[in-house]
Ligand binder design. Structure first.
Ligand SMILES: [Zn+2]
Length: 110
């Protein structure tokens, strides 16, 4: 018996097999592939994105601001903004159900 023949239990199917090298942990290529796929899946686990806090600096280069961004940039309340929209006191663009404001228009109201 060669010293390279090592009795092991496959890490995937738990079957006993003869490992051809000290590194062999799978009984067959099938188990190797199965485990490799599993590892791939585990590595691909998406870490939930931490909600980024928008700062004024982020918004400086922007010409258009959403409600949420306008609240941060001009330090006004969302309620105020929505009221101004309702009262037609503020020009806005409605894009895919989102309100966008031109920064210069918002400057006039603050
Ligand atoms: Zn196996």
């Amino acid at each position: 018996m060669s010293h390279l023949q090592i009795k092991r239990n496959c890490v995937v199917c738990k079957e006993e097999f003869i490992a051809k090298s000290s590194k062999g942990i799978y009984c067959s290529i099938i188990c190797f592939k199965r485990n490799w796929r599993k590892l791939q899946k585990e590595n691909n686990v998406v870490i939930p994105k931490v909600k980024r806090i928008i700062t004024k600096e982020d918004l400086l280069p922007k010409h258009y601001l959403s409600i949420k961004e306008a609240v941060v940039f001009f330090e006004i309340s969302e309620v105020t903004l929505r009221r101004l929209i309702k009262e037609n006191n503020l020009k806005y663009v409605c894009l895919k159900n989102r309100f966008l404001f031109l920064k210069s228009d918002l400057e006039g109201i603050t």
